[in-house]
Design a binder for this molecule. Structure first.
Ligand SMILES: [Zn+2]
Length: 282
């Protein structure tokens, strides 16, 4: 599943290629993948592409409705102008293969023939055409993303002090903090020297402060490297991000800790693989 840095990366790329493009045609292959009348979009000009948590938001010039996209597990967006591609989301052969494929759910075609493909193997992802005002007031999540200025150390403290759950689970709870998935939670806890199974409310002020800045740091690194993706699609065409080359502990079980030389271990927390250094993390 793409995490915030991956979604932010595709958001930036789409913003650089979609702004000013006018929709000529919308083809829907899978009805449940898009909510709202897709044909209404014909003639609309893209004004700007935004993001809130893991939702990509496409705004249109002078329109009262906005298109929102959630990629969920296997969704991907591919913009193809006939020569180059901008890709994001779940890395599969469709990033580089012929499109449409059997996973293509929606195609938005622009006046110059360029196309935006929404592919989704398992069909949990969605596109929705929603009223802008209602969306901004009611649906756009009120919790801050870790990259927002509202995500202060005090905010994190407030979330943690009320919780009996493990620090890693609370960090990844999207109803409280937006944008920290498994990869970045593991790396942030390692950097902050906090064991992932510690009870969230047990963190000292110093640990909280370290974790708060570690979370922002690793998410920033993720965005800097364009997110993480499967290496084979990165190598072949230069597509996708390279944060996987910069993982600190994620998927490094059995390898040496770069700080103390000890062995990175793995445990499961809430069903997810959790990687840690038993010597460095307390
Ligand atoms: Zn260590």
């Amino acid at each position: 599943m793409p995490e915030l840095p991956e979604v932010e990366t595709i958001r930036r790329q789409l913003n650089s290629v979609l702004v000013g493009r006018v929709i000529r045609r919308v083809e829907v292959f899978t009805k449940k993948s898009i909510e709202g009348n897709a044909q209404d979009l014909v003639g609309w000009e893209v004004e700007r592409v935004f993001r809130k948590s893991k939702i990509i938001e496409i705004y249109f010039l002078g329109k009262e409705r906005v298109v929102i996209v959630h990629l969920k597990m296997t969704g991907q967006l591919v913009f193809d102008n006939g020569e180059d591609r901008v890709v994001g989301g779940h890395p599969t052969a469709d990033w580089v293969g012929k499109l449409p494929s059997k996973h293509t759910r929606v195609i938005i075609e622009f006046m110059d023939g360029s196309k935006l493909f929404f592919n989704d193997m398992r069909r949990f992802g969605w596109m929705k055409i929603v009223e802008k005002e209602k969306y901004e007031k009611e649906l756009r999540k009120a919790v801050p993303d870790v990259v927002d200025k509202e995500f202060s150390c005090e905010y994190l403290e407030g979330v943690f002090e009320k919780s009996k759950k493990s620090v890693k689970l609370v960090l990844m709870d999207q109803d409280k903090i937006g944008g920290v998935g498994n990869i970045y939670a593991n790396d942030a806890l390692y950097l902050a020297k906090v064991m992932p199974d510690r009870r969230a409310s047990s963190l000292t002020k110093g640990e909280l402060k370290r974790l708060w800045s570690a979370v922002r740091f690793v998410i920033g690194e993720g965005i800097k490297y364009g997110g993480a993706s499967a290496a084979n699609y990165v190598d072949s065409k230069g597509l996708g991000g390279t944060y996987q080359d910069h993982f600190l502990v994620y998927k490094k079980d059995g390898q040496e800790c770069s700080v103390c030389g000890g062995k990175i271990r793995k445990m499961r927390i809430g069903g997810r693989g959790s990687f840690y250094c038993p010597r460095c993390q307390k």
